[in-house]
Design a protein around this ligand. Structure first.
Ligand code: SF4
Length: 281
């Protein structure tokens, strides 16, 4: 068993939280530049120019790319030959999130309970952590802060198998259209198809970690991604909903086997602030 110290995880998560909020992934910046070449609407072009300037300033000044620094969503790949020593993995991640949000002057957005007093937890904990046990002796942690504007427009449907691909497509397009400017386009659209109620939502969110422009390795799923991207961009919402050709920068689809009587579909809408940072310990 390889041992990984609690304190090392705390420090790593603290730095990831700051990096994810200050520095957009390279592919996002490249996608903005590429979109400038195809966007025809003057307002849309103006917005894309501002997004590029914003990304540059956030990185240079080490300031958050967006004021909504989100819920701290954390994906963990825990090698089955790794042992965390000195405390629990969950506590280490939450301590790292707490330190990162406080030291990095990142907005704390979490409230203790969703319905009653809604008091702010003041350090953006608790994180929402997804664990996956994998082979090997490595611990990979990805922090993906998610703002409410786009998350609130995400949707899930338990379709009937007879609805098929046309039903799935109609649901994805309707979700994007209804999200409109509230989700801060240009968007990334994550789609989880199959599994069950909770698993398709997880797939939709996880799919967004795949870099922009990277197609699914299964050619059938890759074709579906292309088709959805084309149709979403035909909706004409454009950057920040001002109209234009670039409504989405990319669409990611993940699928999983499902029950004979089910066709679950989840659409996780991601705004242009598609932030994530990873480390392997
Ligand atoms: S939807 Fe995204 S870009 Fe818009 S305010 Fe929220 S985090 Fe920021």
């Amino acid at each position: 068993m390889r041992e990984v110290e609690y304190g090392k995880i705390v420090e790593a998560v603290k730095e990831l939280v700051k990096r994810a909020n200050y520095v957009l992934p390279k592919e996002s910046v490249e996608a903005f530049k590429k979109s400038l070449k195809v966007e025809e609407s003057p307002l849309g072009r103006e917005v894309l120019g501002q997004l590029l300037e914003n990304a540059k300033l956030a990185q240079e000044l080490q300031m958050p790319y967006c004021q909504d620094t989100g819920v701290a969503v954390v994906f963990v790949e825990l090698g089955q030959d790794v042992k965390v020593v000195g405390g629990s993995l969950c506590d280490a991640i939450n301590e790292g999130v707490s330190k990162g949000y406080r030291e990095g002057y990142l907005r704390a957005s979490m409230v203790w309970d969703p319905l009653f007093d809604r008091k702010n937890t003041r350090d953006n904990t608790p994180a929402i952590i997804h664990y996956e046990v994998v082979e090997g002796d490595k611990l990979k942690i990805t922090v993906a802060p998610k703002g409410a504007g786009s998350e609130n427009t995400s949707k899930l449907a338990m379709l009937k198998p007879a609805d098929g691909w046309e039903g799935v497509k109609e649901f994805v397009l309707r979700t994007v259209e209804e999200a409109g400017p509230n989700a801060c386009p240009p968007l990334l659209v994550g789609v989880g198809i199959g599994g069950n109620f909770e698993y398709c939502a997880y797939l939709a969110k996880k799919s967004l970690l795949r870099p922009i422009g990277k197609r699914h390795e299964d050619p059938k799923i890759a074709r579906v991604e292309e088709e959805l991207l084309e149709e979403i961009n035909r909706l004409g919402l454009g950057p920040m909903g001002f109209g234009g050709r670039v409504t989405a920068l990319d669409v990611k689809v993940e699928m999983f086997p499902c029950h004979i009587a089910s066709l679950p579909v989840a659409v996780n809408i991601q705004c242009h602030a598609s932030r994530h940072a990873s480390v392997e310990l």
